[in-house]
Design a protein around this ligand. Structure first.
Ligand SMILES: [Fe+2]
Ligand SMILES: [Fe+2]
Length: 196
């Protein structure tokens, strides 16, 4: 397993960097997502190295302070509407800037999968779907419905994405949490894969 095609760091050095950057709980989570993404990639004939690396890096920016993202939005001239949202949106959508700047990752497919890992989009690539699902079904996830999510993820990537998005929307709506418009786009694009 080598990640050096995409990064100047090998896996061991990357793990050291992640361990310095992330809490122990989140470090374990990214290791789990790496494994889940590799397994899905193998099941669907996709590149396990790209999937594994996307899994390891997807939450790289999750523990950065809000001020980091607020500054980034201003400095890069990004859509000021992003300021209304929070870490749940920022750490993926904007986390790719930290991954590019601090780790030197340039692969557009991996960066895009990380960018959309919490919100999805219409027309996701296989790698986008693999990361989106791996984050949801990794070994330590134990919410009600996770077994169904695992079953569907291995039935088809699209069915898995449809189920995860519908469940996430329902969860957010029940709690009165605002829904990022792109999450609704994902739902509308994939809902016809839901079992009825
Ligand atoms: Fe995340
Ligand atoms: Fe995650």
């Amino acid at each position: 397993m080598t990640y050096e095609t995409y990064l100047s760091l090998g896996r061991a050095d990357l793990l050291e960097r992640l361990q310095e950057t992330l809490s122990p709980h989140r470090f374990q989570h990214v290791l789990n997502v790496e494994q889940a993404a590799i397994q899905l990639a193998q099941a669907y004939g996709q590149d396990p190295i790209k999937a594994g690396l996307a899994g390891l890096l997807h939450d790289y920016a999750k523990e950065k302070p809000d001020a980091y993202f607020q500054t980034l939005i201003a400095e890069r001239g990004l859509d000021p509407d992003l300021l209304q949202w929070g870490n749940n949106i920022w750490h993926g959508y904007l986390g790719i800037y930290a991954i590019q700047d601090e780790l030197g990752l340039e692969d557009e497919e991996i960066l895009e999968a990380i960018r959309v890992h919490t919100i999805g989009k219409a027309n996701m690539s296989p790698l986008d779907m693999i990361l989106y699902l791996a984050d949801y079904i990794e070994a330590d996830r134990n919410f009600p419905g996770v077994e169904e999510a695992r079953r569907l993820a291995y039935s088809s990537l699209e069915e898995g994405v449809a189920y995860e998005t519908a469940e996430t929307l329902a969860f957010l709506a029940k709690k009165g949490i605002p829904i990022y418009p792109q999450t609704l786009e994902t739902y509308n694009a994939y809902r016809h894969f839901l079992e009825r």
